[in-house]
Every structure is written in structure tokens, then in C-alpha cells.
Design a protein around this ligand. Structure first.
Ligand SMILES: [Cu+2]
Length: 327
């Protein structure tokens, strides 16, 4: 009898655990849209007319169904970056690896099974350059019976770092593939789709996050840039890194982070400085003076030499205006 009761107890408990996992449904309509930035109009493929795309917000252990409608001109897939998908590989997303591309005017419903992941991941399209604009966050909150392994933050904010190109994104990568040259470097970098206030185009916007004095915020930072590792910092503030790629880590403080493309980092930041405005800043890592990738501080000009005109650059970011020329 005692054994039977124990069994009933275990069954009841496991039913409770199952009940706590939710199922979510999202509809993604993917089409090309025009966006005006840097006083230029660019055409890019986006989800639900939004750059970056919609956020998927779940608890640990939930299941998500995403119905992807391709209203664009060419095939693509969507990859659920970092989701382990136990016993569910055919919904992982890389095109021609686990599935064929979703053809134009068709749809495909993904089943995304979350298991141990906790913190932040992201989703992105998976063909050619489509991930440059078809991307968004996956926020994984603790399960209902769990807490954070640190004091619960007073608020949170997703920060998506992106690379921005002026022009027609598809054409830029098609040209690069046709010639065999690497695609050109980004024209700008964005935080949550906003360029900054210093590119010189009056209609450009800056991302703003409002905070309350002495409150602590969890920033979920995703590097969705195409190829560049990015530095990220907040002026006069330190951050405490608490999670990386959907796993908690041993916590550490830093003035800045360096985050690779595809990586996510969750950091805590306390609004404990004097009341005021503080810049959030991002810029790419570069270990070569001749190949600076931060176009913002980067002017090109030409010098006349006996052999003809050659291309030079002036890097205004360095203290004494370093310059050099291409051979
Ligand atoms: Cu990925």
C-alpha cells in the first residue's frame, strides 16, 4: 500500500511539473521592407516589418511553435541559435542541412523545444545574408518554480547589436558571391535597430533606455552583427556578467564586454551614478590599422603620388589622427 501511495505521489508531482511548461505560438510574416537610415533608403528582408524582429519570450522548459510565412522573393530558413532541441533535430533550421529552404509563398511551422536553456538566445534566418536583418531575441525566464541565482532585477532590457548597410542587402551579398571578393564592411552599427546620434543624418534615432535611480537592470545583450566582434560599454558604469549563451556563469564585474557574432551575454547594471544621461556604446574589434572597420571615425581621402592616386585613410579615433595608405 505504501508503495502504491509513493507511486501516486510521484505521478502527481510529474504531472505538476509538466503543467508548469507552457506552449507559445508566434506568426512570422517575412518580406522585404524599406528602412530609411543615414539619409539613405535600404531594402532588407524582415519579420513582421520590424528590424530587429519580434522577441520570443518564454520560461525554461516551454515549447514554442513559430509559423514562418515566406512573403519574400527567395527561400530561407530560420535557425534557433543555441536551442538544444532534444530529439527534435529536424526543426533546427540550417538550410540544406536539416531542411530545404522555405519557398516564397509557402509557410513552415517550427517546433522549438526548450529544455535546460536559461537566459538569452536568439533566432536568425539561415541562408546567405538573410540573418543580417531577419533576427530577434529568445528570452528564457526562469521556470515558474525557479528563481534567479542573483537578486531579482528591477527591470530588464534586450540589447541587439547589429551591422547596418546602405543599399539592397540581397544585392550586396550577391555581388560579393559573384566576384569572390569579401562583402563590403558595414556602413554603421545599430543598437536595437537605432543608429546613433552622431552619423550626421538628422532623421537617425538613438536607442534610449530609461532607468530609475538605484535600481538594478538585467541587460540581455546579443551580437547579431554579420562578422564583427563588438565591444559594449555604458559610460561610468560597470556591468556584472551573469550568463552567457543561455547558461549562468560565475559572475564577474567589468567596465566593458567583448562579444562575438552569435554570442549572447546577460549582464546586471545598477543605476547608481549621479542622475543624468549616459551613453551605451558599441564598436567593432579591429587589430589592424589598415583595416579599421569603424567607419564612423574613419575618413577616406586620396593622395597624389608619382605613380598616380592612391587610397589613404585618416583614423580620427586614435589620439593623434593616425593615417596610412593602401599599397
Ligand atoms: Cu546561429
Amino acid at each position: 500500500m505504501g508503495l502504491v501511495r509513493w507511486f501516486v505521489g510521484v505521478l502527481f508531482l510529474s504531472t505538476l511539473l509538466l503543467c508548469s511548461a507552457d506552449v507559445h505560438h508566434y506568426e512570422f510574416f517575412v518580406r522585404e521592407s524599406k528602412f530609411k537610415k543615414m539619409c539613405n533608403t535600404s531594402t532588407l528582408l524582415v519579420v513582421n516589418n520590424s528590424y530587429p524582429g519580434p522577441e520570443i519570450r518564454v520560461h525554461r522548459g516551454d515549447t514554442v511553435f513559430v509559423n514562418v510565412h515566406n512573403r519574400g522573393k527567395y527561400g530561407f530558413t530560420i535557425h534557433w541559435h543555441g536551442v538544444k532541441q532534444p530529439r527534435n533535430p529536424w526543426f533546427d533550421g540550417p538550410e540544406f542541412i536539416t531542411q530545404c529552404p522555405i519557398r516564397p509563398r509557402t509557410n513552415f511551422t517550427y517546433k522549438i523545444i526548450l529544455s535546460e536553456e536559461i537566459g538569452t538566445l536568439w533566432w536568425h534566418a539561415h541562408s546567405d545574408w538573410t540573418r543580417s536583418s531577419v533576427h530577434g531575441a529568445i528570452v528564457i525566464l526562469p521556470a515558474e518554480n525557479e528563481t534567479y541565482p542573483f537578486p531579482t532585477p528591477d527591470g530588464e532590457q534586450t540589447i541587439i547589436l547589429e551591422s547596418w548597410y546602405n543599399g539592397y542587402y540581397k544585392q550586396i551579398i550577391d555581388q560579393a558571391l559573384a566576384t569572390g571578393d569579401p562583402p563590403r564592411l558595414p556602413d554603421a552599427y545599430a543598437i536595437n535597430g537605432h543608429l546613433r546620434d552622431t552619423y550626421g543624418c538628422p532623421s537617425d534615432t538613438i536607442f534610449r533606455m530609461e532607468v530609475d535611480y538605484e535600481k538594478t537592470y538585467l541587460l540581455r545583450i546579443i551580437n547579431a552583427a554579420m562578422n564583427e566582434q563588438q565591444f559594449f560599454t555604458i559610460t561610468n558604469h560597470t556591468v556584472t556578467v551573469v550568463a552567457q549563451d543561455a547558461s549562468y556563469v560565475r559572475r564577474f564585474k567589468s567596465d566593458y564586454i567583448l562579444i562575438s557574432p552569435g554570442q549572447t551575454m546577460d549582464v546586471l547594471v545598477s543605476a547608481n551614478r549621479n542622475v543624468g544621461l549616459y551613453y551605451m556604446a558599441t564598436r567593432p574589434f579591429s587589430d589592424s590599422a589598415a583595416l579599421a572597420v569603424d567607419l564612423h571615425f574613419y575618413w577616406r581621402f586620396s593622395l597624389q603620388k608619382q605613380s598616380g592616386w592612391i587610397d589613404c585613410f585618416l583614423d580620427t579615433a586614435s589620439r593623434n589622427g593616425r593615417y596610412g595608405c593602401y599599397a
